[in-house]
Design a protein around this ligand. Structure first.
Ligand SMILES: [Zn+2]
Ligand SMILES: [Zn+2]
Length: 306
């Protein structure tokens, strides 16, 4: 039997509406990003050194790959593979370090957007449909309040978990032990580049890839009746750790592998395979194991490009 994709955390209420709502300036998001960005702008040039820039690249790649992509997205949100609890906590913590939100905040934002994009119509905020700079301001400094919002039910094994509750409450403070550690080893340059520059660049990068992955690129699949389609952006595979295969993700959200075809590089998947080799992860889900969807159309020829 085939059936359309459904988000298991959102119970469809007939009155929920993904289109009508208002975008408002978010004090928390805006001040957090602006502080990191301004510190980087002022102190970045003064403190630049080989070791600080190396730390920036290595720790950004590490937190994006193991934290954001493997921890927060493929594991915590989509449960596309399993691992021991201590490793799950560590990977989600690394995901929080990227600096976007706490675990519950990430989950709610992701699932609400995901749900909205699959409705017949949705607000421009969810689909990144405004011109690029308006969208940048919206995504980095603002939030949305829907007039009729669906209820998102976070599963009890997350919601009642004191570790996740703590991570959510103190998500910004999780930078602190790393800040102290970097300061002790490399002084101020390591703090500016390893924390502030990294968080500012990660937030901007996350928005940019989200913008392009919902506006232009390459598609293998079309989701019927969805307001917004996802696009693959091939040349960004290495810097996004495989999150660039967003058309594939819209089609097979529960798959741990995002670069599905053999020429689609997916660094997150490579690391997952390495962790599997040493026995750290199991129960890895692939597109072929997911329930069939009646709303998914495989594209060919010109219809693949936009
Ligand atoms: Zn999407
Ligand atoms: Zn997702």
């Amino acid at each position: 039997m085939s059936y359309p994709y459904q988000n298991r955390r959102i119970q469809e209420k007939s009155c929920a509406d993904a289109e009508q709502g208002s975008v408002y300036w978010s004090f928390e998001k805006s001040i957090w990003f602006s502080s990191m960005f301004i510190i980087f702008l002022i102190f970045g040039p003064m403190t630049i050194s080989v070791s600080a820039v190396l730390l920036f690249f290595i720790f950004t790649a590490f937190t994006l790959c193991f934290g954001h992509s493997l921890g927060m997205h493929r594991l915590f949100i989509h449960k596309s593979y399993s691992c021991p609890k201590w490793l799950e906590y560590f990977l989600v913590h690394l995901g929080v370090l990227v600096g976007l939100a706490g675990p519950f905040g990430m989950l709610r934002t992701h699932d609400l957007r995901d749900w909205a994009q699959r409705q017949n119509n949705c607000h421009d905020y969810f689909g990144h449909q405004q011109p690029i700079f308006t969208d940048g301001f919206w995504q980095i400094h603002c939030d949305i309040r829907l007039d009729k919002t669906p209820q998102i039910n976070i599963e009890p094994d997350y919601f009642d978990d004191p570790v996740y509750q703590w991570m959510e409450k103190y998500w910004m403070w999780q930078q602190l032990p790393w800040t102290v550690g970097f300061y002790l080893v490399g002084g101020l340059p390591w703090v500016v580049w390893g924390i502030c520059a990294r968080v500012a660049v990660s937030i901007i990068g996350h928005w940019l890839i989200g913008y392009f992955a919902h506006n232009q690129g390459h598609r293998h699949y079309h989701v019927k009746n969805a307001a917004i389609q996802g696009y693959n952006i091939p040349f960004t595979a290495l810097i996004t750790m495989g999150e660039n295969w967003h058309n594939n993700h819209h089609a097979f959200s529960g798959s741990a592998k995002l670069g599905i075809e053999s020429n689609e590089w997916d660094p997150g998947w490579w690391m997952l395979m390495a962790m599997k080799k040493i026995g750290l992860v199991s129960d890895i889900k692939l597109p072929s194991e997911l329930p069939e969807r009646s709303d998914l159309v495989t594209l060919s020829g010109d219809s693949r490009q936009r």
